[in-house]
Design a protein around this ligand. Structure first.
Ligand code: ASP
Ligand code: MG
Length: 431
């Protein structure tokens, strides 16, 4: 049988008992006849604790040293996992990202994988050993320094290795049974989605659903690597993330069996948004360009933009946009600096907003989806501040305090809920 890459997240290996449980699972996979390569995250909240520690000794930890520090978390988990497997009588060898051939660019804290040369991993599994690889880390081709891929990056390590090793599947284990129609922590009736396309998963992840690292899904889509998202705490089948044609095949089978195919796949929410309103912008060519140039030059990624119609008597308009909360201060400073030159009146900042999105490939051929979504929100008394859409998504910005009500309303309006409580959150602090 073929190669299976399994990735275990921090909550699956939070303590010695977790490590032993995961070790047993890995051994079972090996015994079933597979060659197993495991990617592991740091134990529990180790990464957060290491970041806290760095911040205690330095207000602005140097990026190179921060990466060196953070990669220690995965070094601990990979070594103890290898020990636990050996204790079960199976050969296991741990490898750092660098040893596993994960080559990146030199961007500390958000390095991109540019090549994977897994010679040592192939050698290990060729000798019938289980290979354990530290997730989230690599080595820069140019500087030879140790890099990290960004928070949650172990998913990407796993997919990249699976592609390089031509594995049959990349299994991603966490503390929930798969991808749900909404976050089970706020929607208890959320249902597990059996199959979802890469595109829908990308939209869900980009809209705040903490399911998979965005880049890992992009990577999987590019190389058509199936991902099986499942829980390490149960034996249940999880969610398969596959190409759209494979999802469509299953959906048409369901139609033949007279089952209703869902138009909406899920509801995602994101609490980490902030909104900036540029007040009193002169309504003439070049103003929006100048505003967003200033924001772009500060390296800030914006999301939604709304420009109001200008008032006839003043000739002034307001422009609002959303961005990640963490970048709010930088954006405000950058805009304030160009206020006089651009000639707008003032700036407003609001970080108590959030985003709620419905995602589904079926919506591109179904009319009335936005109307149904907005009606549900209005019945729940939720005020919409901004709207944006893509081919397979509708997103709204609402007050942070209304996120939960909005998710529940959308979930009910598209009949996504199950009759029984399906979702179990097995562990993790959600930190
Ligand atoms: N340990 C890293 C983090 O917490 C990477 C990961 O978990 O994927 O972000
Ligand atoms: Mg983690």
């Amino acid at each position: 049988m073929g190669i299976v890459v399994q990735k275990y997240g921090g909550s699956s290996v939070a303590d010695a008992a977790g490590v032993k449980r995961v070790a047993q699972r890995i051994v079972n996979t090996k015994k079933a006849g597979h060659q197993v390569v495991v990617v592991v995250s740091a134990m529990g909240d180790t990464t957060d604790e290491l970041i806290d520690l760095a911040n205690e000794v330095s207000p602005l930890p140097p990026a190179r040293e921060l990466d060196m520090l953070l990669t220690a978390g995965e070094r601990i988990s990979m070594a103890v996992l290898a020990m636990a497997i050996q204790n079960l009588g199976h050969e296991a060898r741990s490898f750092t990202g660098s040893q596993a051939g994960v080559i990146t660019d030199a961007e500390h804290g958000k390095a991109k994988i540019i090549d994977v040369t897994p010679g040592r991993i192939e050698a290990a599994i060729g000798e019938d050993a289980i290979a354990i690889v530290a997730g989230f880390q690599g080595v820069s081709q140019t500087t030879k320094d140790i890099t990290t891929l960004g928070r949650g990056g172990s998913d990407t390590t796993a997919v990249a290795l699976a592609v390089a090793l031509k594995a049959d599947v990349c299994e991603i284990y966490s503390d929930v049974d798969g991808i749900f129609t909404a976050d089970p922590r706020i929607e208890p009736r959320a249902r597990k989605v059996p199959r979802i396309s890469y595109e829908e998963t990308l939209e869900m992840a980009a809209q705040g659903a903490k399911i998979l690292h965005l880049r890992c899904v992009e990577y999987a889509r590019r190389y058509d690597m199936p991902i099986h998202v499942r829980s390490s705490f149960s034996e249940k089948e999880g969610t398969w993330v596959v190409k759209a044609a494979d999802v469509a095949g299953v959906v048409s089978e369901e139609k033949e069996a007279h089952m209703e195919a869902a138009i909406i796949t899920g509801v995602a929410h994101d609490r980490s948004q902030a909104k900036i309103t540029v007040v009193g912008v002169p309504d003439k060519p070049g103003e929006a360009a100048a505003i967003f140039r200033a924001v772009a030059d500060a390296q800030i990624n914006i999301d939604m933009i709304v420009q109001n119609i200008s008032e006839a008597k003043t000739g002034l308009t307001d422009i609002s946009f959303t961005l990640p909360q963490g970048e709010g201060q930088t954006a405000m400073t950058a805009l304030d600096r160009v206020r006089e030159r651009i000639g707008f009146e003032s700036l407003q900042y609001d970080d108590s907003v959030g985003k709620v999105s419905i995602v589904g490939a079926g919506m591109s051929s179904a009319p009335g989806i936005s109307a149904r979504f907005f009606e549900a929100l209005s019945e729940a008394g939720v005020n919409i501040e901004m709207i944006s859409t893509s081919e397979i998504r509708v997103s709204v910005v609402v007050a942070e305090a209304q996120i939960e009500a909005a998710v529940n309303a959308a979930h009910a309006a598209f009949e996504l809920g199950s009759d029984e409580i399906e979702a179990v959150v097995y562990g993790g602090t959600g930190r």
